[in-house]
Design a protein around this ligand. Sequence first.
Ligand code: FES
Ligand code: FES
Length: 175
Amino acid sequence: MSTTTDPKVQFQINHRAVQASADDSDMRLVDFLHERLNLTGTKLCCGIGICRACTVAVQGKPGTPLEKMQACLTPIAALQDMHVFTVEGLGSEQALAPLQQAFLENFAFQCGYCAPGFLMGATVLIDRLKATPTSSAELDGLMDSLLGDNLCRCTGYVRYKEAIRKVALTYTKPA
Ligand code: FES
Ligand code: FES
């Protein structure tokens, strides 16, 4: 997936190698995803780092923990050698990822604009739980720390939280 014959920044998106030109190094990740790769699942809303609709997950090196990143604030130049995961990388054509399935089963969506941000924040949550077993009693605090800043203009917080909690509980240890 090369975007130019003059690669400057090299990184990966959903396990695929990406090369961005020097001209694109100042471009916001969210714009690069939309305009260069036609990956429009990552949403742009406030554009100033508040709403978290644009959240993606990133990994610095293989084996290191996933971290949340706001694609509206991140220039392409900051992504050299990083691995970016977007909502398009969840699940497959054959099956939804457990978090996506839980969103459907809990009727979490209303307009759905904020959903990719919640999904990617929850992906980081599940990664943390896999790496560091946490008790179910501590789960709500961890959810608040990783997802408490995600805004939903349709105010669907309860159903999102229920769906994420349902999946996350399978990765917790007994209290
Ligand atoms: S679009 Fe609102 S935080 Fe990025
Ligand atoms: S479902 Fe509409 S903004 Fe969250």
